[in-house]
Design a binder for this molecule. Structure first.
Ligand code: AMP
Length: 447
């Protein structure tokens, strides 16, 4: 299938060609004709599937016809959960609309509102916005939607997770009822379905990715680690494997800052991206990371949403996320658009339950590995994933030896001691990484 057979106009095909896309992705094959036909669409498509182009291309084509936007009016509104995703979508609108005489504006919080108000005066064909800032602008009468033609809710599941439901309902209340509505979500949860029922009219349903599965092109594995040694292990892995570009996920902003400091101390250039950073700092960190000036980008889940780094080779989960769906979102940053990628999770024994819920969700048991010099005092038991998504039964007896508390063993003696205390060999574990360490027999905890 070629882009030219989807009914797109010449200026759009030219812009697509310039992006270097050979053929449309599955979401584009199904989504573009449906949107061009004026239908409402409800699409389950995770990030990295090409979903942005699947709505932006036909949106631009639709807006090419029709009346220009009046003062302070927008003809199409794209709502996104985060500033980064808003900026990303706006960049796609610019790129794909390069040969069309259409205008677009992006607005989000964390930056001054006045320049945004000034820009909105003339009106715009496409407005990309985060919900909070959009409401502020609407309340200050800087934007109106009397002639809105199309509404797009991008990453709607994340908007709900982030508590934007009230803002979304408020926004819906001032949009014209007669409009085309497109909803994109990584998952179709009950909440998403009820949102769709309220706001979409007989939507075409598209489900391109098997639900809650990560792209097949991402190689996933688990590195067993003591909690207190994760930072040292990460530093070691970066240096030993000469990883040049990796996105590391942390659960907290504080943890992200701490990790950056520690990596910097170890001579590894790192930057953090999270909600406490100013927009300017977040944009700079991302730009430096993309340009290769920063080797490690440390992010929290919310800040990382929407980050699109082409050819990102590696994602590391320093800690597993509390919400298993976030695991899928996280590792979806790599292996995008058919490229291969790797996702490594550093997992300590206290995270085994989280790991199990993730394995249930993705329907596979992840390969466990251990690194020489960092063999944990307590390994992460292998449990068969439960395809029904229920928690698997707990092992009858906790394995010996006891788990060492984090932070208690930071010296070499403690490490040696812990190496002696390894649990017995567990079948079905992947043989250890090769070629590191003086004594091969120390490679595996099980050896
Ligand atoms: P998205 O899922 O919209 O975040 O897109 C993920 C990445 O895929 C972006 O970097 C796009 O530039 C890229 N992309 C979108 N459509 C295609 C395509 N048909 N072929 C190759 N890459 C694409």
């Amino acid at each position: 299938m070629a882009f030219s057979s989807l009914g797109l106009s010449k200026p759009l095909l030219r812009a697509v060609k310039e992006q270097g896309y050979d053929k449309p992705s599955p979401i584009q094959i199904q989504g573009i004709p449906a949107v061009l036909a004026g239908k409402d669409v409800m699409a389950a498509a995770q990030t990295g599937t090409g979903k942005t182009a699947s709505f932006t291309l036909p949106l631009l084509q639709r807006l090419e016809k029709g009346r220009k936007a009046g003062a302070n009016q927008a003809r199409a509104l794209v709502l996104t959960p985060t500033r980064e995703l808003a900026a990303q979508v706006a960049a796609s609108v610019e790129a794909y609309g390069k040969y069309l005489p259409l205008t677009s504006i992006v607005v989000f919080g964390g930056v001054k509102i006045n320049p945004q108000m000034m820009r909105l005066r003339k009106g715009t064909d496409i407005l990309v916005a985060t919900p909070g800032r959009l409401l502020d602008l609407y309340n200050q009468k800087a934007i109106r939607f009397d002639h809105l033609e199309v509404l797009i809710l991008d990453e709607a599941d994340r908007m709900l997770d982030m508590g934007f439901i009230h803002d979304i309902r408020k926004i819906m209340a001032f949009l014209p009822k007669k409009r085309q509505t497109l909803l994109f979500s990584a998952t179709f949860s009950g909440d998403i379905r009820s949102l769709a029922e309220g706001f979409l009219h007989k939507p075409v349903k598209i489900d391109v990715s098997p639900r809650n599965t990560a792209a097949k092109t991402v190689k996933q594995s688990v590195f067993e680690a003591d909690k207190s040694k994760k930072t040292a292990l990460l530093s070691h892995l970066i240096r030993h494997n000469d990883w040049q570009q990796l996105l590391v996920f942390m659960r907290t902003k504080h943890g992200a800052n701490r990790l950056v400091k520690r990596l910097d101390k170890d001579g590894i250039k790192a930057a953090a991206i999270h909600g406490n950073k100013t927009q300017a700092a977040r944009t700079r960190a991302l730009a430096d990371f993309k340009a290769g000036k920063v080797r490690v980008l440390v992010a929290t889940d919310i800040a990382a949403r929407g980050i699109d780094i082409s050819d990102l080779p590696l994602v590391v989960n320093f800690e597993l996320p509390n919400v298993p769906e976030d695991y899928v979102h996280r590792i979806g940053r790599t292996g995008r658009a058919g490229m291969t990628g790797e996702a490594i999770s550093l997992v300590s024994a206290d995270e085994v339950k989280l790991l199990q819920t993730i394995e249930n969700l993705i329907g596979q048991t992840l390969v466990r590995e251990q690194e020489v010099g960092f063999v944990p005092s307590h390994s992460v038991p292998l449990t068969k994933h439960n395809p029904n998504g229920n928690m698997p039964k707990r092992p009858k007896k906790p394995k010996k030896p006891k788990i060492k508390m984090a932070g208690t063993n930071n010296n070499a003696n403690a490490q040696n001691k812990s190496n002696k205390q390894q649990p017995k060999k567990t079948n079905n574990r992947k043989p250890r990484r090769k070629g590191f360490g003086a004594k091969p027999k120390a490679r595996r905890s099980s050896s």
